[in-house]
Write a protein that binds this ligand. Sequence first.
Ligand code: HEM
Length: 144
Amino acid sequence: MPPRAMKRSLEDNDMMQLFRLLAGITAVLVLVQAVLAGQWIGGDLAIIVTHGWLGSGTLLLALLMTGLSLAGGRQGWLDGRAVGLSATMVVLVVAQLGLGYAGRASAVAASLHIPLGVLIFGLALVLFVSALPLRLSPADARAR
Ligand code: HEM
């Protein structure tokens, strides 16, 4: 995802790793939510509240990624696609929260909620994989 021509500093590399970490945690969190949803379907009705709280945590992570990607776009260690994808993630997670709560009363909302969760998981993986660690120049590697 980074524009090739740009010169990288060690700090840029650390920021990129942080972005990648946030995307990875987001993917894991969505996976955990799927597990909790499965437990809810299996009869543990109270667990869906925890699932909802983790959903709010997912929104926080998406907001952090968007902020970080905006900074990365300005400083040149990420290109515009990361901003676009992170902002899309915020919109999808907000919709997912709405569908999740609406799913208490609407079967349509509940049926849309599950595939959207799969889509959000895929998007988090795309962000994780595309923010690959930067290759350090030999001079940077020696400095480290
Ligand atoms: C970013 C990801 C997700 C967010 C933000 C989210 C959010 C929510 C919220 C807020 C609720 C309502 C909780 C309540 O009633 O107290 C909910 C319910 C639910 N979620 Fe999710 N969820 C996510 C991912 C998933 C995934 C991946 C699955 C399954 C594969 C899933 C399955 C369900 C189910 C089955 C319910 C119960 C629906 C109902 O009450 O009819 N969710 N979710």
